[in-house]
Design a protein around this ligand. Sequence first.
Ligand SMILES: O=C(O)CCC(=O)C(=O)O
Ligand SMILES: [Fe+2]
Length: 217
Amino acid sequence: MQDIVCLEPGTDKQPDDQQVVKTPLYVQVLNFLDHKEWQTLLDYTLAQANQFVCSTTFTNQPDYRVSQSLNAVAEVQSLIVDKVKSLLPQVCQQLDIPPFFVTLIETQITAHNDGNYYKLHSDNGSYDTFNREISYVYYFYRELQAFSGGELRFCVDDSNQLLEQQITPQQNSIILFPSRYLHEVLPVCCPSKMFANSRFTFNGWIRKSVFTNPTNW
Ligand SMILES: O=C(O)CCC(=O)C(=O)O
Ligand SMILES: [Fe+2]
């Protein structure tokens, strides 16, 4: 059974004492996969250890993103992507994002090990990424957890108010948020430095079609 948790950045007290609930920064779903699916994904990830390469960014800034990624994840991608697709209407509603046509759901598995991080960035700030609408990050790792840190930190400027929120990577949970929001991954501490003890994510980006209905052309 999945628990959808919609986290609010806060509420504003109005003069007439009515509370206005603001749009949340992100949606979190706990217990996202069942145990068998979780195990399949973890086993697959550990078996692919040698296929991971240094993570990249579209802006190619050195030392901005330090982790390892696996970009060919076809064997396991339906585990996450099908569920993400089915959640989309609800997520758009909660994040106040108008419904849109999806052109592509990008996927990768990322491993953050000792000292790894990803500095403050948005996921759609470059020419190649401008149509990313929603980012998703599914967290998983080997039991017992052998790393600390690696919080996902949001720093969002919302109508002149700076909203800051830090999320602890929680086993078998997923976070979805607007790709334009500034966020970072704080440094991970993994004393064993073993790949298998990494902070793993199945993460990606949902791209929006920029074409309108062509029947008027
Ligand atoms: O791992 C995370 O918590 C976030 C990753 C991220 O921001 C990204 O891959 O763009
Ligand atoms: Fe990101």
